[in-house]
Design a protein around this ligand. Structure first.
Ligand SMILES: NC(=O)CC[C@H](N)C(=O)O
Length: 378
C-alpha cells in the first residue's frame, strides 16, 4: 500500500509525494547533495543530524543497503527526499531494500517529488528549514513544525551525537574479495575526538598504522594528554562549531602542547576557532562528491567530497595561520595550517565515502607529522 508523504518548507512551499520510509513527522534544515552514489553513507553520516537530505541524482536505492556500508551505528539524517526509488535493488552486496531499511530504522522518506525544483529553490533562496510528514499528512501541522525548528545556527550537536564511552578502534578498510575488514599493524597512538565521526575516517587512519582511542566530544585535554598520544584527530560532526566551547578550549591546549593535530570538516572549523578565527553560516552549503578544491602550495586541483553548511571566515584568520586549500566553486576556505604548531585541517572529506579519493594523501601528511615529531624528540 502506498502512503502519502509531504515536504513543507518554512516559506510555505508544499511538495506532495509518496512515503518510502516510516510514517511520522520529522523536521530539520533541508539540504541537497549532488553525489550520484552513497545514499546509505550519507544517511548514516552523523554530520547530517537534524538535516533532511534531498539527493539530486534521480534514482536512489538501486543497490540496496548493506551493514558494511554504515558510517555510524544508526541513521542520523532526519529524513530522505528523492525523485524515484526502484522497485527492487540489484547488487550482490545488498541485504535489504532502501524503503525497508528506512522503515526498520524509523526514518521518514518521500519519493515522487520534483527534486530539481526543490534544489533550485534551495539554491536561489538559501538554506531553509522544513518538515517531512508521512502517513496521515496535515500541511498546516507540518508548516507549523517547520517554522518552529530553530535552525542550525547556534546549535551544538557534536555533544549530542558523540559516543558516550571511550573505545578502541583498529579495523582497516573493507577487503571486498575476502568480504572482511582488514586488520593492520599499528605504529602510532592517536586519540580521535568523536564530534560525530564517520567510520571510514577511523578505517583510513587505522590503515595507515594508527591505533585509535575514540573519546567523547567533551573529554578534557588533560585526560587526553595523560594518554601521551602521538597525535590527536578532530572529527567531522553536525551543527554549528561556534558554541562547542569545550572543544575549542581543549584544542587550544593541544596547540600549546605541540601535539600533531589533524581536523576534518567540523574538526577543521574547530581548529580555526581555537586559533582565533571566526566561522560563518553559508547561504549555500556544500554537499556533494564533485567539488573542485585547489591546493594553494602546489596549484593542484582535487575533486573532493563535501558536506558542510558553515565555513571558516578567511578574513579573520590570525597571522600564524596559513590558508592551504580553497574551493574553486565559491572561493571559500577549505584548509589551514598553523605556522607555529604541527596542526592542519581540511574542510572537505578526505575519507570521501562517498566520493573521489583525491584528498586521501592528507591522512599520510598527518602520519608524517607524527613521525617528524617523534624524530624531533630523539
Ligand atoms: N561534515 C561536517 O563535519 C560538517 C561540519 C558542520 N556541521 C557544517 O555544517 O559546516
Amino acid at each position: 500500500m502506498t502512503e502519502t508523504a509531504i515536504l513543507v518548507l518554512e516559506d510555505g512551499t508544499v511538495f506532495e509525494g509518496v512515503s518510502v520510509g516510516a510514517t511520522g513527522l520529522s523536521v530539520g534544515e533541508v539540504v541537497f547533495n549532488t553525489a550520484m552514489t552513497g545514499y546509505q553513507e550519507v544517511l548514516t553520516d552523523p554530520s547530517y543530524a537534524r538535516q533532511l537530505v534531498t539527493l539530486t541524482y534521480p534514482h536512489v536505492g538501486n543497490t540496496g543497503c548493506t551493514d558494511q556500508d554504515d558510517e555510524a551505528a544508526k541513521v542520523w539524517s532526519a529524513g530522505l527526499i528523492v525523485r524515484d526509488v526502484p522497485r527492487r535493488p540489484s547488487s550482490w552486496r545488498s541485504q535489504v531494500a532502501l524503503p525497508e531499511w528506512l522503515r526498520a530504522r524509523g526514518i521518514v522518506g518521500i519519493a515522487g517529488i520534483d527534486t530539481r525544483k526543490l534544489t533550485r529553490l534551495l539554491r536561489d533562496r538559501g538554506a531553509q528549514n522544513g518538515a517531512l510528514m508521512a502517513g496521515d499528512v496535515d500541511v498546516d501541522r507540518a508548516l507549523e513544525a517547520a517554522r518552529k525548528f530553530p535552525g542550525l545556527k547556534g546549535m551544538d550537536l557534536a555533544k549530542v551525537v558523540s559516543t558516550a564511552e571511550t573505545y578502541a578502534w583498529t579495523e582497516g578498510a573493507l577487503d571486498l574479495d575476502a568480504n572482511a575488514f582488514q586488520s593492520v599493524p599499528s605504529t602510532f597512538r592517536v586519540v580521535a575526538y568523536d564530534y560525530g565521526v564517520k567510520t571510514n575516517i577511523l578505517r583510513m587512519l587505522a590503515e595507515r598504522g594508527c591505533a585509535l582511542t575514540v573519546v567523547p566530544a567533551r573529554t578534557p585535554a588533560a585526560e587526553v594528554l595523560a594518554m601521551q598520544p602521538d597525535g590527536v584527530f578532530l572529527s567531522n560532526g553536525p551543527g554549528d562549531p561556534e558554541p562547542c566551547d569545550y572543544a575549542i578550549s581543549a584544542i587550544r591546549e593541544f596547540i600549546d602542547a605541540k601535539v600533531p593535530l589533524f581536523g576534518i570538516c567540523l574538526g577543521h572549523q574547530l581548529l580555526a576557532l581555537a586559533a582565533g578565527a571566526k566561522t560563518v553560516k553559508m547561504a549555500n552549503g556544500h554537499h556533494g562528491a564533485n567539488h573542485p578544491v585547489q591546493d594553494l602550495d602546489s596549484g593542484r586541483v582535487m575533486i573532493t567530497s563535501q558536506n558542510h553548511g558553515f565555513a571558516v571566515d578567511e578574513a579573520t584568520l590570525p597571522a600564524n595561520v596559513r590558508v592551504i586549500h580553497r574551493s574553486l566553486f565559491d572561493g571559500t576556505n577549505q584548509g589551514i595550517e598553523l605556522t607555529d604548531a604541527p596542526a592542519f585541517s581540511f574542510q572537505g572529506h578526505p575519507e570521501a565515502s562517498p566520493g573521489p579519493h583525491d584528498v586521501s594523501p592528507l591522512f599520510d601528511r598527518f602520519v608524517a607529522s607524527m613521525s617528524n615529531q617523534h624524530a624531533g624528540k630523539h
